[in-house]
Design a protein around this ligand. Sequence first.
Ligand SMILES: [Zn+2]
Ligand SMILES: [Zn+2]
Ligand SMILES: [Zn+2]
Length: 285
Amino acid sequence: MAIELITKDNEDNEDIPKSLVFLSARRLPHGGVLYELDSTESALWFNNPANKSKFLEHFGVEVVIKDRAFHVLIENVPISFIPDNHAAIDDVEKKAGLKPKSICKARYIKPVARCNPGQRTAHVIFTFSTKEGANHAIKFGLAVAGKKVYGRKLIQEPTRCLKCHSFNSAHVAVECPQEHDTCGTCGGQHRTAACTVTDQSKYHCKNCEVEGHAAWSRDCPTFTNKWESYKNRNEDAKYRFFLTDDPLTWETINDPSRSGDEDVNQDHRQQPCPQHQQRFPPPVD
Ligand SMILES: [Zn+2]
Ligand SMILES: [Zn+2]
Ligand SMILES: [Zn+2]
């Protein structure tokens, strides 16, 4: 059902849509609501910060608007790349032939300070403001800090509560019914960030109730089972690109007709590489 918001104040202004039509509203696992607007014109209207705050006046103070973002995991980026440096981001956009501001932000998966000594590259999540920009990076890679690097669409993963580590009830830490914190590394009663255990053989996964891996490990059998069934249910996970009207983006991940024109890293694109998965850090809670 379409929801219509009439922007009466703007009746005299030709540049502003007379009404914004929301085609759909979907509740997200973390409590947000994803609104789909009827037209590019409406979306552009929303991009103006003044219009955003005008819209928010109708809601409580707790409400914020987050732009839709499209995440691409780019592998093996030279650690000389500084994601907070706007000039570095501009340079990546320019070299890729992307429009300015196509990349909203970039961040290392793991803080560079925690990299192993001698490590020269690390994985970076680039966040794009449009599907087209993100798809361009997936198809052609990016030139970052003097190196051509490739990656893949980052799809949302099953939600794990950072307090009790359950995947089952789709709650987040603030809504967790458990009173104490459970450590995602050793399973003890403290926050994961406060854990002092470094010996992997002493890790204890609360979900599997076994030693040897952490609850945040991407090799955790509970996680991998959840992830597989999630991917089977989630249409988006079947496609290599973010879907648009362009049929070239409809290529499925196991499509044998794929062009294979760009890159050597095929295996990594077919599915997350287990070796790289191990290096994912525990989420900060
Ligand atoms: Zn919980
Ligand atoms: Zn611990
Ligand atoms: Zn486990």
